[in-house]
Design a protein around this ligand. Structure first.
Ligand SMILES: Cc1cc2nc3c(=O)[nH]c(=O)nc-3n(C[C@H](O)[C@H](O)[C@H](O)COP(=O)(O)OP(=O)(O)OC[C@H]3O[C@@H](n4cnc5c(N)ncnc54)[C@H](O)[C@@H]3O)c2cc1C
Length: 303
């Protein structure tokens, strides 16, 4: 019997589990590393004053977890978790594992705009990841939808590659951190289209046009772009947990201060849980808390 299992992305969860002497496995749907693998530079993680690429930071996390002998199973998608007595059954692809405890750290997925043309052009001009797809738009014009940290970070990284970046935002001010805003406003390749929302994407084989609407006047205009990068929010997909957890109205998992969920032995960490700030640093902190919380539960120290 394994003691812990789960979609543990920031290896920190599993690393603490290993250090605590608990038999632990990390189950990952694709490859370990999560969202930072698709992020350009991370500049706000302590210890890296010059910033570090998301991929390199994740490689270091993985090496650290490996140094403690953590088994990692790649391309292992958790399809279901159920509990019977004090034991969990975790369905992974076409097999099942048994565990005393589970930490869920399955992150979030980008929200889609839900406008005509969006699904048809995914991979043909619509993207949710500038770091993955930006190079396909070298010297072309693109639009970024959104005004938060992710939108502006990704717009800035696109500006190094493309000819022009239109930032389409439904409000008249950005929500992104001030340091990112200052950089964006100084960048000659970026143009801000305030109080506009995307209503349609059109083209032939590839995206050729984004139709935007003025949120105040209702007037519409066409933006000639080859790519549209969407950053309108992130959603939690926790269907594989059934009724084992409580969720907030947006679907994020509700935990207590030890990161325990409504089901004893089931913990949640990182972006998947209801929290104020979703960052690598807070995901790492969650990992430590959840692992120690689960260890206390397994050892019977938690009442
Ligand atoms: C564009 C962008 C830029 C960002 N920039 C920064 C930044 O500069 N600084 C910063 O601190 N943070 C940044 N963040 C936020 C940061 O990436 C997240 O807060 C952090 O990665 C959360 O970690 P996590 O482990 O909770 O989730 P994730 O990193 O999303 O990892 C979740 C993992 O779970 C796996 N998974 C999902 N479902 C299952 C399943 N059913 N079975 C098995 N595995 C599963 C996924 O494949 C994934 O690997 C950025 C995020 C984005 C999207």
């Amino acid at each position: 019997m394994r003691d812990t299992a789960g979609g543990l992305a920031k290896g920190r969860r599993a690393l603490f589990g290993r250090r605590g002497g608990i038999k632990t496995i990390l189950l990952e749907k694709v490859l370990p590393g999560g969202a930072p693998l698709n992020t350009g530079r991370i500049e706000n993680y302590p210890g890296f004053p010059d910033g570090i690429s998301g991929r390199e930071l994740m490689d270091r996390f993985a090496a650290h977890a490996k140094a403690f002998g953590l088994p990692v199973r790649e391309f292992a998608e958790v399809l279901g978790v159920t509990q019977e007595g004090e034991s969990f059954t975790v369905t992974v692809n076409d097999e099942t594992l048994t565990a005393r405890g589970v930490i869920v750290a399955s992150g979030t997925e980008p929200v889609r705009m839900g406008i005509p043309g969006e699904s048809e052009f995914v991979g043909r001009g619509i993207s949710y990841c500038a770091t993955c797809d930006g190079m396909f738009f070298r010297d072309l014009d693109v639009a970024v939808i959104g005004g938060g940290d992710s939108a502006i970070e990704e717009a800035l990284s696109l500006a190094n590659i493309v000819r022009k970046v239109y930032v389409v935002h439904r409000r008249d001010a950005l929500r992104a951190q001030k340091i990112l805003q200052d950089r964006a406003f100084r960048n000659p390749k970026m143009e801000f289209l305030w109080n506009r929302r995307p209503v349609e994407i059109a083209g032939g084989q590839q995206v050729e046009r984004l139709v935007i609407e003025d949120t105040k006047t209702g007037g519409r205009e066409d933006l000639a772009v080859s790519g549209v990068f969407v950053y309108v929010g992130y959603r939690a997909d926790t269907g594989f947990l059934g009724d084992l957890v409580e969720r907030d109205p947006a679907g994020f998992i509700i935990t207590d201060e030890e990161l325990a969920t409504a089901t004893p032995g089931l913990y949640a960490a990182g972006d998947i849980r209801k929290k104020m700030l979703r960052q690598v640093s807070t995901a790492v902190g969650d990992g430590a808390t959840a692992a120690v919380g689960l260890e206390r539960y397994i050892l019977g120290a938690r009442q």
